[in-house]
Design a protein around this ligand. Structure first.
Ligand code: MN
Length: 715
């Protein structure tokens, strides 16, 4: 870790930058940024005890090692001032221009993210977010340089924090550096992470490398001289160097079960030539003298890696029988291999390419292609491009809470989607939204990087059905629907209680006397219900008649044990479960299948099999608990299933709907109406025999000229 002891002064930074930045103005701007940052961080110390300005300065120096342009270096110097001082984005824009301000702001946003590395999916998600959020690739590179310096000074933190940072670095940031092809930064991040995550192993490997260093150096030097002589004899101008493996890459091989002395590419050479043609010529020459190991040859020149890496790799039996890994590439390829995307800065003629990467969507796609490594075995490049396009460019946006938590939402999402993503309770009490400090309507379409604050009103009764037309995420849709079906349930409970009271009056029973705790328990037990509410519910939704409930207690009056409707609990006859004779079967009340629908069973925990429509989204992730079921066509029954009707406001609508239904002998359990300004929504709960009857009805309804749409409904 000698790098951390490099002298780090502004002069040193300018010296490094001026090796590739010629413009006096740009160098002046770097100095000016330094002075400004120094002034703003004045008096603040880092955990390590040094002045805070050393951190942005060191970050900027790291940026010069990947040939970052002047704007990026300035932003590197300023990267912590929005977060840590009272300086605003506008202040930076006024002083240093909009480009630098945007870069600093971009880094600030990423720094505010709270990462968690709990599981694989989250890690993937965060990588995507960092990439998706950074409209400018330079933001990510500054973030990587920032992290690299923090990792170099990690010793100053508590052990717990060291481990957390190291894990986050290894799982989120170094893969991004890899995908961007910035090998230099990636490799140091990995070694530093390992040092804190598994210090025993790290120092063990370092020790081993040290012990074998003398011998390795000797062999490598002999081989190097031999190969170099060979190339000179064939008049191929070249550079050649011995190459050391990073500790982390050795660790990875040890982890795969290799022994230290079996890692033969510990001995490695790199040959750098002028042209692509010479790469192959050099390879041929080396192979003519040193026998290659079959299957260890890789041609990344003809087939570059997704991150742009190009090189020929071969492993040969070298002098004294030692195995050598040799990489052969051109100077340009070497530059890309070390600095990845950042390498474009090194060449003036590629300036336009960098501009391109920053702006056009097409170039952005190219950029994403390099970000997420293409797994050639699993995905064609076309599939890959499409998936990236869908996932990042078209379908999803990233928005923030004022605290900096980030949420991924489908494109077209509104503050309501956002609110439901934060918490169901927030969604249900949403009364307004502030986006980027401006009040917006709830139908406002959120854009990437919006900062969203939701205004809630605890007294609000819940969502409005109209929100269903506004929200874009399935989550919000489901939650809103669930809310209404919950209210519906409450209605049924009330209705059930009413019906029971009425029936008791008819039979001259006294309500409170009849419903003693003892009697309630008896009924609940008999019907396998959970509580009194569920009992009322079962009466309210016509599963049991009030008379039947009473008859359970007053046996002598039990003349008619009637189960009025099949509805949710079916007998085990109307649905046939593959391979099982007697089992409890429930018809799911999220998607309410009816005969004729394609159905599938889901094995619940302790409540038999619940039968869903094949396309019910509630089943998406439950594969291993599925079981094949089918309708028993010999049994006829009536089933509840809801539909939604979208209609232009019309006085006749309600009458027409009821009439169409009754003409086809379809029962209607309830109709809920929501009046919008341009559209009225009717939620109609039908009592129907099968999908043929339903389709007929839906066709009749859609033919009514003021009705816009008729749909089945999944809660
Ligand atoms: Mn920082």
């Amino acid at each position: 870790m000698t790098k951390s002891r490099e002298k780090q002064t502004i002069d040193h930074l300018i010296e490094k930058a001026s090796t590739y930045i010629e413009s006096k103005n740009e160098l002046e701007l770097i100095k000016k940024s330094y002075e400004y940052a120094k002034e703003k961080h004045n008096g603040v110390l880092r955990q390590s005890g040094e002045a805070y300005i050393n951190h942005p300065l060191a970050t900027a120096i790291i940026l010069t090692s990947v040939y970052a342009d002047a704007d990026t270096i300035c932003a590197g110097l300023l990267h912590d001032i929005i977060e840590d001082t009272d300086v605003t984005k506008q202040d930076i824009q006024d002083k240093f221009g909009v480009d630098i301000a945007n870069l600093v702001y971009g880094v600030t946003k990423i720094s505010k993210l709270h990462f968690s590395t709990e599981n694989e999916a989250l890690i993937e998600y965060y990588k995507k977010i960092i990439v998706g959020m950074s409209e400018d690739v330079r933001v990510i590179i500054i973030k990587l340089a920032d992290r690299l310096h923090n990792m170099r000074t990690l010793w100053a933190l508590s052990e717990e924090k060291q481990k957390k940072k190291a894990k986050e670095t290894l799982e989120i940031l170094s893969p991004i550096a890899h995908h961007l092809g910035i090998h230099k930064i990636k490799s140091e991040l990995e070694d530093l992470s390992l040092r804190y995550l598994k210090p025993d192993i790290f120092y063990d490997i370092a020790q081993n490398l040290n012990n074998t260093k003398l011998e390795r150096d000797k062999v490598v030097n002999e081989m190097l001289t031999s190969v170099s002589d060979l190339l000179n004899k064939h008049e191929i101008k070249h550079e050649i160097k011995g190459r050391s493996k990073s500790i982390y890459s050795i660790y990875k091989k040890l982890e795969k079960g290799k022994k230290f002395n079996e890692i033969y590419d510990l001995l490695a050479l790199r040959v750098i030539v002028d042209t692509e043609q010479e790469c192959y010529t050099a390879l041929g020459i080396v192979h003519s003298k040193y026998r290659p190991i079959p299957k260890r040859f890789k041609d990344y020149v003809a087939m570059p890696k997704p991150n742009g890496y190009q090189s020929l790799h071969t492993t040969v039996f070298g002098i004294d029988g030692y195995l050598f890994e040799i990489q052969i590439r051109t100077h340009d390829m070497d530059e890309v291999a070390e600095n990845g995307v950042a390498s474009h800065w090194a060449y003036k003629e590629n300036k336009t390419l960098v501009e391109g990467i920053r702006s056009s969507t097409e170039a952005k796609l190219e950029f994403f292609k390099s970000i997420i490594e293409l797994n050639e075995d699993k995905m064609s490049s076309e599939d890959f491009v499409n998936s990236v396009k869908n996932e990042i460019l078209n379908n999803n946006i990233y928005v923030f809470t004022p605290k900096g938590d980030v949420f991924e939402l489908p494109n077209g999402s509104t503050p309501i989607d956002f609110a439901y993503r934060v918490h169901t309770r927030v969604g249900e009490t949403t009364s307004g939204a502030i986006v980027n400090n401006n009040m917006v309507p709830l139908s406002y379409k959120l854009k990437n990087n919006d900062i969203v604050k939701i205004i809630t009103n605890k007294n609000q009764n819940g969502p409005s059905l109209e929100w269903l037309n506004v929200v874009a995420s399935t989550q919000a849709k489901n939650k809103i629907r669930a809310f209404f079906s919950k209210s519906e349930k409450e209605n049924y409970i009330e209705r059930g209680k009413d019906l029971l009271e009425k029936e008791m009056r008819k039979q001259k029973l006294i309500f409170n006397e009849f419903l003693s705790d003892e009697n309630i328990n008896k009924i609940i037990k008999e019907l396998k219900l959970n509580d009194l509410d569920e009992l009322y519910l079962s009466i309210g939704n016509n599963k049991y008649s009030a008379n039947y409930i009473i008859s359970i207690i007053i046996k002598k009056e039990q003349k008619t044990k009637e189960i009025i409707k099949i509805h949710n609990i079916s007998s085990d006859n109307n649905i046939i479960v593959e391979g099982i004779d007697k089992v409890k079967v429930n018809i799911a009340n999220c998607c309410n299948p009816i005969p004729g629908d394609e159905i599938i069973g889901y094995i619940t925990k302790g409540n038999g099999i619940s039968v869903h429509r094949n396309n019910c989204p509630n089943l998406a992730n439950l594969d291993d608990r599925m079981i094949n079921v089918k309708w028993n066509e010999t049994i006829k029954g009536k089933y509840n299933t809801p539909i939604v009707i979208y209609s232009k406001p019309s006085d006749k609508a309600l009458v027409d709907i009821v009439q169409k239904a009754s003409l086809l002998s379809v029962g209607i359990n309830s109709i809920k109406t929501v009046n919008g300004s341009e559209e009225t929504i009717y939620e109609v709960d039908l009592n129907i025999s099968d999908s043929r009857q339903l389709n007929k009805l839906m066709k009749e309804l859609i033919n009514i000229k003021y009705i816009n749409n008729v749909m089945r409904f999944i809660k």
